[in-house]
Design a protein around this ligand. Structure first.
Ligand SMILES: Nc1ncnc2c1ncn2[C@@H]1O[C@H](COP(=O)(O)OP(=O)(O)OP(=O)(O)O)[C@@H](O)[C@H]1O
Ligand SMILES: [Mg+2]
Length: 345
C-alpha cells in the first residue's frame, strides 16, 4: 500500500492519518482544504501540527473528530484510531469515541462551555453521559478534576458560570472536561493563543504534566515554533493543505529539509537572533484553494525553486526513520538531476 510517504509501522500508533483529503462544498464548487495528509501519533507522544494561517491544521483536527461543519466531508484517505478506520464511522459510534477516547480542546473555550450552566453541571453532564454514577459521585469527581487542573478555590468554582472565570480558568475547565474520561488522545487546537504569555506558559505546563501522568498522546495544533520546541516530540509541518515535512522536533528545527520549514524558522524572532540570521518574512501568501499551483504548492514563494518545481509535484522523500519532506531538493539520491521533468496534468 502507498502509505503517503510514511513508514508502514503504524501498529503501535494511537492515531494514523493516511492520505487524508477533506473537501468543502462552496458557492464556487467543491474545494479540497486538506489533501494527502499522513502522520502518526504514538502513545504518550506529543505531535505538533504547525503551519501558517489557512494551511489546514484545524480542518485536519476537525476531520479526525468528525466535527466539520455540514459543508465539509472526508473525501479520501483513512483515519486509523487504535487500529480501526474511523474516517466514515457513524455519528452514534463517533459520539461515544469523542470524550471517552479522543478529546479536543479549542482556542476559544466558549465553543465547548455553555454560558447557561455552572462548571459543575457541565463536568457532571460529561461524566453522566459516559459513566453510570450518582450525582454525588459526579460532584466529587468534578471537584477532583478541577483541583487536578490547578483551579484556584476549586470548590467555589463548581457553582460558577463561565463568564465569572478568567481566560486561563476557562481553559482549565475545558482541560478538566477533556481529561475527565482519560482519553488516549487529546487534540488541542491553539489552546493558549488567546491567553497572555504567563498564563499561556502555565497552561502548556499543565497540559504536559497531565499528559505525562495519564499517558495520553497529544496532537497539538500551533503556529508557534517556540511552543513546538517546548512541547512536542515530533512535528508535522503543513503548507496549503499538505504535509510538507515531518520528523523529530530537534532534527527538523536544527536541519530543516524543506525550504518552507527553513523560511518559517527564519521568520521567528527568537530563532533568527539565536542563529545570527536576519529575520525574514516569507514573501507572498498562501495560495487560494481555488487556485492551487499544480506542481509544488510552495514553488511560487520558494527561493530555491527551479524548473521542475513548477511542472511536476514533488514526491514525499523518506529521509530515515520518522523523517520525510515533500521537496525535489530533499531527494537524497538527487535523481531529479538525471531525469527530465515530467509535466503534470
Ligand atoms: N467551512 C469551510 N468552507 C470552505 N473552506 C473552508 C472552510 N473551513 C476552512 N476552510 C478553508 O480551509 C483551509 C484551511 O483552513 P484551516 O482553518 O484548517 O487553517 P488553519 O491552518 O487552522 O489556520 P489558522 O492558523 O488560521 O487557524 C483555508 O483555506 C480555509 O479557508
Ligand atoms: Mg486553525
Amino acid at each position: 500500500m502507498d502509505t503517503g510517504g510514511l513508514h508502514a509501522e503504524t501498529s503501535d500508533a494511537v492515531l494514523s492519518v493516511r492520505q487524508l483529503r477533506t473537501e468543502f462544498a462552496t458557492r464556487h464548487g467543491q474545494v479540497a482544504a486538506v489533501s494527502d495528509v499522513s502522520f502518526d501519533v504514538r502513545p504518550g507522544e506529543t505531535v505538533a501540527l504547525v503551519g501558517e494561517s489557512g494551511s489546514g491544521k484545524t480542518v485536519t483536527a476537525l476531520s479526525i473528530m468528525h466535527l466539520l461543519e455540514s459543508t465539509g466531508s472526508i473525501a479520501g484517505g483513512e483515519v486509523i484510531f487504535e487500529g480501526r478506520d474511523i474516517a466514515h464511522l457513524e455519528e452514534r459510534e463517533m459520539r461515544s469515541l469523542r470524550g471517552e477516547k479522543i478529546a479536543m480542546i479549542f482556542q476559544d473555550p466558549s465553543t465547548c462551555l455553555d454560558p447557561l450552566f455552572t462548571v459543575e453541571h457541565q463536568l457532571a453532564e460529561m461524566l453522566h453521559l459516559h459513566r453510570d454514577i450518582t450525582d454525588a459521585e459526579a460532584r466529587t469527581r468534578a471537584l477532583e478534576l478541577l483541583r487536578h487542573v490547578g483551579m484556584p478555590d476549586a470548590e467555589a468554582r463548581l457553582d460558577t458560570y463561565q463568564h465569572k472565570l478568567s481566560g486561563g480558568q476557562r481553559q482549565r475547565v475545558m482541560i478538566a472536561m477533556a481529561l475527565a474520561l482519560s482519553p488516549s488522545l487529546l487534540i488541542a487546537d491553539e489552546p493558549t493563543t488567546a491567553l497572555d504569555v504567563t498564563v499561556q506558559a502555565q497552561i502548556l505546563d499543565l497540559l504536559r504534566t497531565l499528559a505525562d501522568e495519564t499517558g495520553a498522546a497529544i496532537l497539538f495544533v500551533t503556529h508557534d515554533l517556540g511552543v513546538v520546541a517546548e512541547m512536542a516530540d515530533r512535528v508535522v509541518v503543513m503548507y496549503a493543505g499538505q504535509v510538507i515535512e515531518q520528523g523529530r522536533v530537534r532534527e527538523v528545527l536544527k536541519t530543516p529539509q524543506h525550504p518552507y520549514t527553513a523560511a518559517l524558522l527564519n521568520s521567528m524572532p527568537g530563532n533568527a537572533a539565536m542563529t545570527g540570521q536576519r529575520l525574514e518574512a516569507i514573501d507572498g501568501s498562501v495560495p487560494s484553494l481555488f487556485n492551487m499551483p499544480h506542481a509544488c504548492r510552495f514553488a511560487p514563494r520558494c527561493k530555491h525553486a527551479f524548473d521542475r518545481c513548477t511542472v511536476e509535484p514533488p514526491p514525499v522523500h523518506e529521509l530515515g526513520s520518522d523523517r520525510n519532506a515533500r521537496c525535489w531538493l530533499s531527494d537524497p539520491s538527487e535523481s531529479w538531476r538525471r531525469q527530465p521533468a515530467e509535466v503534470s496534468t
